[in-house]
Design a protein around this ligand. Structure first.
Ligand SMILES: Cc1cc2nc3c(=O)[nH]c(=O)nc-3n(C[C@H](O)[C@H](O)[C@H](O)COP(=O)(O)O)c2cc1C
Length: 364
């Protein structure tokens, strides 16, 4: 149903403020479509972090911040859904307007600033669907006014371990002042020690819930060395590369909107995020799997992420411009690519181009 109505509805949604359009989309998803999708091509199945993903295409964090529609998204064909960012206490985020479309660039700038209904409300929703199946991870973040930000992450691990498939520890949002400082080596080390300890304490009750770290694409390579070193020492389960960028590529065409403060996502992020993914892959040396995010808007872009080192991918911004049909399109393109290359599965392609990519000129 959503697939049929979408071409009619999307131009109207574009007339609305970006955040109002998003609220409307979430409401629409609360009335799930009746159409049952065909099962995924078994070659698209991925096993990572001890979880079995039916396909590698995930909904990135930020779309379903409050865990209102994870099951509708799974039914629409996503292989997994990352809800959040959720903060321990409810908070309003930054004043509106705070989400901007750059249509000519197929990009978005947001400075939402972790608007969250808070952990209690999200826990009620996730607990109610805990036995529904499907891979639903949660992206966790600290409250803006929190004095001990690491304690916020610890509390969220303790709260959600029994009801989620994995954690994404978000230390890379550019819209909470000082949050990205958690990526500095010494603080990062303390964060990981306390987060992994909380996960271990919860394991009797909740099993070993995978912990992934979501990083910024704006790190220097020296900073990346430190982060990967820390992640390997503390034996995290994976990394997500990455969040939105504070950079503004000179090629942007919607120059006026490009001056808005916030994180840029969508097509103009692709080159930088994919390069950082490849740089991470060569440093991780197979110690844990990676999720590639940033600017995926086609099967070709998804395949490039996989060849740069991701075994799973996520997307958000391209859905604003191309709609949810993109998910089926990407899956079908990936299936065809596997068939053409006579590959049994995605894992045969993961990282195939990583070393070559790291030798290329740095993307602007
Ligand atoms: C409106 C909007 C809100 C977002 N909110 C979050 C968030 O709460 N937490 C987070 O980790 N990432 C958030 N992101 C970043 C996305 O998860 C993703 O990392 C980024 O947009 C790059 O992917 P894309 O180019 O496919 O959009 C948000 C992105 C957008 C566009």
């Amino acid at each position: 149903m959503i697939g049929l109505l979408e071409p009619l509805v999307r131009p109207l949604l574009r007339l609305l403020d970006a955040e109002d359009a998003h609220r409307l989309a979430i409401h629409a998803l609360k009335f799930p479509p009746f159409v049952k999708l065909a099962a995924d091509d078994p070659r698209l199945a991925v096993r990572a972090f001890g979880l079995n993903f039916p396909n590698p295409v995930g909904m990135a964090a930020g779309f379903d911040k409050h865990a209102e529609v994870p099951d509708a998204l799974l039914r629409l064909g996503f292989g997994f859904v990352e809800v959040g960012t959720v903060t321990p206490q409810p908070q309003a985020g930054n004043p509106r307007p705070r989400v901007f479309r750059l249509p000519r660039d197929e990009a978005v700038i947001n400075r939402l600033g972790f608007n969250s209904v808070g952990a209690d409300a999200v826990l009620r929703r996730l607990a109610a669907r805990a036995n529904a199946g499907g891979i639903v991870g949660i992206n966790v973040g600290a409250n803006r006014e929190s004095i001990d930000r690491i304690a916020d992450y610890v509390r969220l691990i303790e709260t959600f371990a029994p009801v989620v498939s994995y954690f994404s520890v978000n230390i890379s949002s550019p819209n909470t002042p000082g949050l990205r400082e958690l990526q500095q080596a010494k603080i990062f080390d303390e964060l990981l020690a306390r987060v992994m300890d909380a996960r271990a304490r919860m394991s009797r009750e909740a099993g070993t819930t995978p912990v992934l770290i979501k990083i910024a694409p704006d790190l220097t390579l020296n900073e990346l060395d430190d982060l990967v070193g820390g992640a390997r020492r503390h034996r995290v389960d994976g990394m997500i590369i990455g969040n939105t960028t504070v950079a503004r590529p000179p090629t942007l065409r919607d120059q006026a909107t490009a001056r808005e403060a916030g994180g840029l996502s969508g097509r103009p992020l692709f080159a930088l995020a994919t390069r950082m993914l490849a740089e991470t892959y060569v440093r991780v040396e197979g110690a844990f799997p990676l999720i590639g995010v940033g600017g995926i808007d086609s099967g070709e872009a998804a395949l490039a992420k996989i060849r740069a080192g991701a075994c799973l991918i996520q997307l958000y911004s391209a859905l604003v411009f191309h709609g949810l049909r993109l998910v089926a399109g990407i899956k079908s393109d990936l299936s065809n690519a596997l068939r053409r290359g006579a590959h049994a599965g995605i894992d045969e392609l993961v990282g195939a181009d990583a070393a070559a990519m790291t030798a290329e000129k740095w993307p602007i």
